[in-house]
Design a protein around this ligand. Structure first.
Ligand code: GLC
Length: 451
């Protein structure tokens, strides 16, 4: 998937939603991820910094974002009453389910004991470094103890504070924690107070929270939501938190949805593993482990993060098919993580069956369609000192001139799956000559018309 320049402060991803429309995301942090290289704000690869309107990051943003920039890969979890119904998270709106009927789902909302420990286990095995759970989605049911509504999981359904269990499980596993939590003036006032109040509860009652993942945004604007006041309160409660841009302010990072879009600022692409956010019992349109790995590489190459969604069933269990895919990606990351986490901006992108990431003078070539016994890169400008497989450490023979870096003696079939990583140690930052005119300079005997 190409990394495209993004329109900054992009809110076009938001869909029309009802009054109960904002979802609060809170992230809580438990693992200190050391990151120095990735803590600096740099323009993403392959895209001009698009945000003339976006100010450069402040020193405080750089500080707060450092762990997240290094982390690269997180788990998004859509879990709520809708998971019991099994037709995605918008069902109550999209199927116009009468509220009294929808509320009956609480009678079948039985979340398994230890559900969140299982999530954390799956996330860890997948190589993910943080989790973002829906504390409250658009339909309004709160997965936590709130004094502001009785429409919550402590009074109904599991009769437990699911956010608390989630936060504790993430902390125990050493994962960073995130959560997500129009009209006449009196209604706006009530709803804004209610929403600010829920955010206050989430950021007061659960210890340190790492990420606040707002969602929704409609039908109010920045003034209507009182977003400046909202963010001010958030920082008073959680000085180290980072937040996204979905309350109509820029926040700390952008949130391209179902697309990978690099921008000149911090960004995180959120994406479904099949085609649903909330559990859909019939959706079997799973992305392959190879697609996930390739997407993760694309994000890392563009200096962004990948927030990959799972939709647990009503009992809180992540579907087996999701677990299998995540595990396979996790196994790959266990061997290839060096080429993803804490990587630097990277310029090379050819050939078409491979993609790249970089750390310092080391170029990681990720081959997703194995070409056989040899492979080449065009126009690599740095001198290659050594080539080897990342997984086995085995050396690879190569020759290099200004046009071609040619790797030979490779096995006939791919030595790693779903993607094989080759390390090219260079004498300088590896850059590729991507000038199309390069073709003219390349010797081409008997090709085309020669005079
Ligand atoms: C879409 C969905 C919403 C989901 C969000 C995640 O906007 O409509 O339900 O929470 O994506 O980014």
């Amino acid at each position: 998937m190409p990394v495209l320049p993004e329109k900054e402060g992009n809110l076009s991803v938001m869909k029309p939603i009802s009054r109960r429309s904002i979802v609060t995301g809170t992230g809580a942090s438990f693992m200190a991820l050391a990151s120095t290289a990735s803590a600096q704000q740099r323009p993403a690869a392959n895209s001009a910094p698009s945000g003339s309107a976006v100010p450069p990051p402040t020193a405080d943003q750089i500080r707060r974002l450092a762990w997240w920039r290094a982390a690269k890969y997180g788990m998004f979890i859509h879990y709520g009453l809708y998971s019991v119904y099994g037709r995605q998270e918008w069902a109550v709106e999209k199927e116009a389910i009468p509220i009294p009927e929808y509320e009956k789902l609480t009678e079948r909302y039985h979340t398994k004991p230890g559900f969140a420990t299982e999530w954390a286990k799956v996330a860890k095995a997948a190589g993910m470094r943080y989790m973002v759970m829906t504390a409250k989605h658009h339909e309004g049911f709160c997965n936590f103890a709130t004094k502001l509504t009785d429409y919550n999981s402590v009074l109904y359904g599991p009769k437990r504070d699911l956010v608390l269990e989630y936060v504790e499980a993430a902390r125990t596993a050493g994962l960073r924690v995130g959560a997500r939590c129009s009209l006449d003036e009196a209604a706006r006032r009530r709803f804004v107070d209610y929403t600010h109040g829920l955010i206050r509860e989430l950021l007061t009652n659960y210890g340190k929270i790492d990420i606040l993942w707002y969602d929704g945004g409609m039908p109010l604007d920045v003034k209507g939501w009182e977003s400046e006041k909202m963010n001010k309160m958030v920082f008073e409660l959680q000085p180290d938190i980072i937040m996204n841009n979905r309350n109509h302010l820029l926040g700390d990072f952008s949130t391209p949805e179902q697309r990978i879009v690099a921008s000149g600022r911090a960004w995180e692409s959120c994406m479904t593993l099949n085609e649903s956010w909330g559990y859909d019992s019939a959706d079997d349109e799973w992305k392959s482990p190879r697609t996930i790995v390739r997407n993760l590489i694309t994000c890392a190459r563009g200096q962004g993060n990948y927030l990959l969604n799972v939709g647990p069933r009503g009992d809180g269990v992540i579907p087996e098919a999701s677990v299998r895919i995540l595990e396979e990606v996790g196994k790959w990351l266990a061997n290839n993580g060096k080429s993803i986490y804490e990587t630097d901006p990277c310029q090379p992108w050819r050939p078409s069956y491979a993609s790249f990431t970089r750390t310092g003078n080391t170029l990681y070539m990720h081959i997703h369609f194995w070409p056989g016994e040899d492979t080449s890169l065009s126009g690599l400008q740095a001198k290659v000192r050594a080539a080897r497989f990342l997984k086995s450490g085995q050396a690879i023979r190569f020759t290099q001139d200004e046009n071609r870096t040619h790797l030979t003696g490779l096995p006939k079939t791919a030595p790693d799956s779903p993607v094989t990583t080759i390390i090219l140690e260079c004498d300088a930052e590896p850059r590729q000559n991507l000038d199309p005119e390069l073709r003219l300079a390349k010797p081409r005997a008997k090709v085309g018309v020669s005079l």
